[in-house]
Write a protein that binds this ligand. Structure first.
Ligand code: AQP
Length: 328
């Protein structure tokens, strides 16, 4: 069975972007691949985190994976920091990754912002840790949102250059799996920005823990434009197009199908129908997350078991890598 790896940072409540860009694909692919779903806490600390909050978010992320439909019996759910080989391989790969490759990463520029000199060095080398996460398991497929495409290309370049330098065929080149209308879900307040956990406005995103009423309020208040009726135009009408994408993703209709369905009704009818549709999916997930969070020992045990399974693969591969590199 080919192997799948993906992960999410425990940096806050997960949202529709995480669900539509990544998790819903994990659910469909989990029975076709040997799947490892990681809670990438080492990535989370590339920006400051409150220790108590981080601990809480790690359990919440595990609960969210399961509540969304990841089967903990069929897959491996684990915490990145509990498998030390991720950091060790990241160091080895950093010793082979040119600065020029990292300088091209647009996410560093976005996340570091204007205050680049004060950004932590780990934010700059983050994509190498991500490559290590993937390559450590000789992963074949990585389902992610569109924002991770460039990092995936870097992981392929690092794998290819390692193989070539040592004359081996050790790392498979991981394939990105980026599919559907919602590979980039945009903020509900600004159609030019992606929906993100770190956006200061709660109204910019729909959390997977939001109840039906909150979802309705957020979608009603979602930014729209002055153009009459509904039409899809990513450049001219980014906010309307984002809502159409959301409707299409949850209904299974095409974008054209959504536009046709609401051709004669106004924005407010479309928005309340969209809220109802999103609630049908999301509200039960929130209920399940809260149920799972009532049982911390269950989640901790599951993460421990996941770390043991992941460690067994990681240790074997890292020892082979050390042999290839000449460290042993
Ligand atoms: N808006 C989005 N649309 C589609 N996919 C998205 N993903 C995140 N946001 C969107 C996908 O979710 C997975 C995990 O992302 P992450 O939380 O580890 O990191 P991120 O991309 O940096 O997400 P956030 O919400 O923006 O987190 P913060 O604010 O903490 O930096 C990835 O597969 C990603 O593509």
């Amino acid at each position: 069975m080919s192997r799948l790896f993906s992960g999410i940072q425990p940096t806050g409540n997960l949202h529709l972007g995480n669900y539509l860009g990544a998790i819903r694909h994990w659910i469909t692919l989990q029975s076709q691949y040997e799947s490892l779903f990681c809670i990438v806490d080492l990535h989370a600390i590339t920006v400051p985190q409150e220790p108590e909050e981080l601990r809480k978010h790690i359990r919440e992320t595990a609960a969210t994976y399961i509540a969304c439909g990841i089967d903990p019996h069929k897959t491996t759910i684990f915490q990145q920091s509990q498998v030390a080989e991720h950091s060790e391989l990241a160091w080895i790969l950093q010793c082979m990754t040119p600065m020029g490759w990292l300088n091209r990463m647009t996410q560093f520029k976005e996340k570091a912002g204007k205050d680049r000199e004060r950004a932590f060095s780990a934010l700059f080398t983050y994509p190498v840790l991500m490559a290590a996460d993937i390559l450590l398991y000789k992963t074949q497929i990585v389902p992610v949102g569109d924002d991770q495409k460039q990092h995936l290309e870097l992981a392929r370049d690092i794998a290819g250059s390692f193989n070539q330098r040592f004359g081996v065929d050790f790392f498979p080149l991981p394939e990105p799996y980026i599919q559907g209308e919602t590979t980039r879900v945009m903020s509900l307040r600004d159609g030019s920005k992606k929906m993100s956990k770190s956006d200061p406005s709660d109204y910019s995103r729909i959390h997977l823990t939001d109840d039906a009423d909150t979802i309705l309020q957020k979608i009603k208040k979602a930014k729209s434009d002055a153009v009459q009726g509904l039409s899809y135009d990513q450049d001219a009408r980014p906010e309307a197009s984002n809502l159409i994408n959301l409707y299409a993703a949850f209904s299974g209709l095409s974008r054209d199908g959504v536009v046709e369905k609401y051709a004669s009704s106004g924005f407010s009818v479309f928005k309340s129908d969209l809220a109802e549709l999103v609630s049908e999916y999301v509200a039960p997930i929130g209920v399940e997350i809260n149920k799972l969070l009532q049982d911390p020992p269950y989640l901790d045990q599951l993460l421990k078991k996941g770390a043991d399974t992941a460690s067994a693969i990681a240790q074997k591969h890292l020892s082979e890598i050390k042999q290839i590199v000449g460290l042993t």
